[in-house]
Design a protein around this ligand. Structure first.
Ligand code: HSE
Length: 447
């Protein structure tokens, strides 16, 4: 904390007053006395950077700037709260704030996932904190759980629904059979979606968050460039109905797991048994299951997006920094990625090297012997069939003589499954691309 700061107040510079910034201002103002009681000092917004200032702020003695860099240069600011999002100019802004000896609180998962290694090293050198609880799973304190609550555990795996917009869309499609573009528009209007909604529906936002979770779970550097990413844009209501018939739901999951071969780091639509608690996480809600060796499986559930929930985590980070500064404690006592020494002796696996069960939907021609041919291909590659659905033809495909054949397979290396799918697609009896969705059984039926 800067020299000018006293032990009675902490001075906040807020960059960005959109959904989360507005929620943060509201929370700091409406809970002022309770926060003061918790912290033992007042948290005061002294400088706001936004293109749409509220005239009332100047009356409250808040400096207002159009340029976010004015906040990073302001000697009266102790903590810069970065809520502008995106890679640039957020990276430059955060680096300048660190150089100027300011702590940083950010909700920017893209920034942390991609530039976090550089940012944390700069912060270490300057003895300041960069806190980012709000970057992952909105109001759920999952970073605190991984870094502090579970610090006695070796983490085996974690899996989560970590994009509220995708979960909202999948839930509306499954429960109300609504179409994708209409539900996406609604998620945007509710302030859940990213500025560029392809980040939500193509899995990029979830990949940013999973990169951060994996680093905290295993004590590895942030490796966004190594993550495997698939979004929800190709999921159909037909797949959802078939999955339901088989006792599964389709959820967009981030999964990371440490294995003898390396670390799995992947984001994709996934079939999970309807009996799992996480299969019943609906709407904009997020949930993360963490499997530790001592605590076992623990489940964290809550709102993953929205002004109030995300502001809850932003303000909690500010409170942590304020408390440490008030007591002259070393504010960076908890390492930014949970471990004081990160390991670099373990690789992130290519998706081809993971093993999974699979859901396959095959557009088969309605001919005698087609099932036998497909199952022969699977047998040739050592893939067992666990369940099959074959319906009477109906709809436009039926007029072309095409019927969907749905198969659940046993566990197999992805590389082998890719070859088997290519062979199936080359059969005369198959009329188009095979839809493949990974199935996750976890190793704990309760979560
Ligand atoms: N667009 C994000 C989501 C916002 O839908 O989860 C919260 O990070």
């Amino acid at each position: 904390m800067s020299q000018e700061s006293d032990k009675q107040r902490l001075r906040i510079g807020l960059c960005g007053v959109g959904t989360v910034g507005g929620g943060t201002m509201h929370l700091l103002n409406s809970k002022k006395s309770e926060i003061t009681r918790r912290v033992g000092m007042t948290l005061e917004i002294v400088h706001v950077a936004t293109r749409r200032p509220d005239p009332a702020w100047q009356d409250q003695g808040i400096r207002v700037s159009q340029d976010v860099f004015d906040v990073a240069r302001d000697p009266e600011v102790d903590i810069l709260v970065e809520l502008i999002g995106g890679y640039e100019p957020a990276f430059e802004l955060v680096m300048l704030a660190i150089q100027n000896g300011k702590h940083v609180v950010t909700a920017n998962k893209a920034l942390i996932a991609v530039h976090g290694n550089v940012i944390f090293e700069a912060a270490r050198q300057k003895g300041v904190v960069v806190a980012y609880e709000s970057a992952v799973a909105g109001g759920i304190p999952i970073i605190k759980a991984l870094r502090e609550g579970l610090s006695a555990n070796s983490i085996h795996w974690l899996a989560g629904i970590i994009n509220g917009t995708s979960n909202y869309i999948l839930t509306e499609m499954a429960e109300r059979k609504r179409n994708f573009p209409e539900v996406l528009k609604e998620a945007q209007a509710l302030g859940y979606a990213e500025a560029d909604p392809t980040f939500d529906v193509e899995g990029i936002d979830a990949a940013h968050k999973l990169t951060i979770l994996a680093a905290n779970a295993f004590g590895i550097a942030l490796q966004f460039d190594r993550i495997y990413t698939e979004g929800i844009s190709k999921i159909t209501t037909a797949d959802m109905a078939f999955a339901a018939e088989l006792g599964y739901r389709i959820k967009h999951l981030g999964i990371t797991r440490i294995t003898a071969k390396g670390i799995e780091l992947r984001v994709h639509p996934t079939l999970i048994s309807e009996r799992q608690l996480i299969a019943n996480v609906n709407g904009v809600m997020n949930a993360v299951v963490v499997k530790g060796d001592s605590a076992g499986s623990t489940l964290y559930y809550g709102a993953g997006a929205g002004a109030a929930a995300t502001a809850s985590s932003v303000v909690a980070d500010i409170i942590d920094i304020a408390r440490a500064g008030r007591d002259d404690r070393n504010v960076s006592v908890v390492p930014p990625l949970a471990f004081s020494n990160l390991r670099n002796d373990i690789e992130i696996l290519n998706i081809e090297d993971i093993e999974s069960e699979y859901y396959l939907r095959i557009p088969a021609r309605d001919r005698v012997g087609v099932m036998a041919k497909i199952s022969q291909v699977l047998t040739n590659y050592g893939i067992n069939i666990e369940a099959v659905i074959q319906k009477e033809p109906h709809g436009p495909d039926a007029e072309k003589g095409i019927v969907p054949m749905v198969i659940l397979t046993s566990r197999i290396l992805e590389k082998t499954m890719n070859v088997a799918i290519a062979v199936i697609e080359s059969l005369d009896e198959v009329a188009g691309d095979v839809t493949r969705i990974r199935v996750e059984l976890f190793d704990d039926e309760r979560v």
